[in-house]
Design a protein around this ligand. Sequence first.
Ligand code: BGC
Length: 352
Amino acid sequence: MKKKLLSMILAVAMVATMLVGCGGASSSNKVGVAMPTKDLQRWNQDGANMKAELEAAGYEVDLQYASNDIATQVSQIENMINSGCKLLVIASIDGDSLGTVLEQAKEKKIPVIAYDRLIMNSDAVSYYATFDNYMVGTIQGQYIKDQLDLDNAAGPFNIELTTGDPGDNNARFFFGGAMDVLQPYIDEGKLVVKSGQVAFEEVATANWATDAAQARMDAIIAANYADGTTLDACLCSNDSTALGVANSLEANYTGEWPIITGQDCDIASVKNILAGKQSMSIFKDTRTLASKVVEMVDAIMKGTEAPVNDTETYDNGTGIIPSFLCEPVFADIDNYKTLLIDSGYYTEADLQ
Ligand code: BGC
């Protein structure tokens, strides 16, 4: 409790010092928003929501996408720092590659909010806002557990595992959360990973790329399931990897379709849920995250306390970063209408 309080006081004090340092002399209230890529639907939504909400709150916005290229993101951030941005919101491509550029932000007393992905090993990061990444993984693991009725069914069931980019701190939380649910069943032999690939490094997918996940699955099917062996479940940490796995199954696998998990509720994956080719996807309403981050920005800019609800989980190597964790839920064929359509996230037409 004391630790919690101390880290909150330190965060507020640090940001307050930064803003005093900004002097308020310049009238600029420009906020830099650095997003990783336009390739994935969610980041387009995140960026658009952030820009719209920040502008509605009276801020000028410099929104940049970096095509998943680390050097591009670093130079975009450098430009933001040099062009007078007063605060940076960054969804990093590689959490470990921003330390140097963020030293410049710190020198200029520009506060940094890590958006969705934690920025590692930099003491320039003031706050972190994300969805509860560990919970994302446990929901995925629990979904597979429930669908296969692992506590009651005899099994054994075959499962293959696919996670995300090793440079994305979230990937370890997603995979760790899911494995905390699934590992006991693997240990008792009720779940069998025929490929033998269970370590994080073996099941990771560089850049979360669909084609990389697909190519890996092609090889796994050829070696283990081409003879008609049933694959019962595929843990996939997000939708872009789930799509790769589904594409591979479609091309190479003739058995009964497995349970496939995902995350983001990208349109392509929700369409796959409707077509029976993906079982679920974690719904992280990007509107909720954007609103929370805009609240944080506003509080920091006004020198008041930013909203946080976790001061224990996310250590970026320089200490705990005060965080706000939004709550993820899952969407599947039974509840997608309520979650995705009735909430106005998508229209029926988007999903046709
Ligand atoms: C995000 C996921 C996303 C993945 C790939 C992760 O950091 O939390 O929502 O699917 O990156 O972009």
